[in-house]
Write a protein that binds this ligand. Structure first.
Ligand SMILES: Nc1ncnc2c1ncn2[C@@H]1O[C@H](COP(=O)(O)OP(=O)(O)OP(=O)(O)O)[C@@H](O)[C@H]1O
Ligand SMILES: [Mg+2]
Length: 212
């Protein structure tokens, strides 16, 4: 079954970023997007994940052409069915790590999974305020927040950018295992070619709009 389908997607800001991007992700499939800074990786990820309507083309999630849906339905998909790990993680700084994760489980009526916190090595800091955590700890809290709502598709923009290589590997292992366990799909933006090669499909954007 196809979970995410991108058809003929093109987008420009001041200059054309990419043209006629096509791909499909089915259950248990993963794809990496690589390319130099400014080539449009985050933009493509935002388009695929309900956040930005492209200039042209179609984005289909669970067989729904998402930018044709009423806004309320689009927001429901964003809230309940997909998980977005941002390049700059948007945690609520005045809240503790636990409260940040709780917000997402409240929305989807899931429980916080203790084993997940253990695996992400954030159990010890769970009651600390986000402002008191290191960049890497904040990144792992934001990943826990996304996984806690049990999304079927994960969009991850440089999810391990703030982590040392060992922790980065552990976190990616958790993401890949999650996708395989729930038969989901992962779209991963990364600058790390080794990490990109762990994905089933690879797409490379370049500054002149070429797609590989
Ligand atoms: N909302 C916006 N309005 C205007 N231009 C934008 C907007 N968002 C992104 N851009 C421009 O589009 C280009 C691609 O940006 P994008 O964030 O997609 O790049 P990226 O490949 O993710 O880069 P990086 O590796 O640095 O994260 C950049 O030139 C950026 O300035
Ligand atoms: Mg980016």
């Amino acid at each position: 079954m196809s979970l995410l389908e991108i058809k003929n997607v093109s987008h420009s800001f001041d200059y054309p970023l990419f043209k006629n991007v096509d791909f499909t992700l089915c259950e248990e499939e993963t794809m990496s997007i690589t390319g130099v800074s400014g080539s449009g990786k985050s933009t493509l990820m935002h388009i695929c994940s309900t956040l930005l309507e492209p200039n042209s083309g179609h984005v289909t999630i669970f067989n729904k052409d998402i930018y044709k849906l009423p806004n309320k339905k689009l927001i429901n998909i964003r809230r309940e069915e997909i998980g977005i790990i941002f390049q700059t993680h948007y945690l609520f700084r005045g809240f503790s790590a636990n409260e940040n994760i709780e917000l997402s489980t409240l929305m989807t009526k899931n429980e916080i999974d203790d084993e997940l916190l253990d695996k992400l090595k954030i159990k010890k800091v769970i009651n600390q305020k986000v402002g008191e955590l290191s960049g890497g700890q904040q990144q792992r809290v934001s990943i826990a927040r996304v996984l806690a709502k049990k999304p079927k598709i994960i969009f991850a923009d440089e999810p391990t950018g703030n982590l040392d290589p060992t922790t980065a590997n552990e976190v990616m292992k958790i993401l890949f295992e999650y996708i395989s366990k729930i038969k989901g799909a992962l779209l991963l933006v990364t600058h790390d070619d080794k990490l990109a090669s762990k994905c089933l499909y690879k797409k490379r954007l370049s500054i002149n709009g070429l797609i590989g």
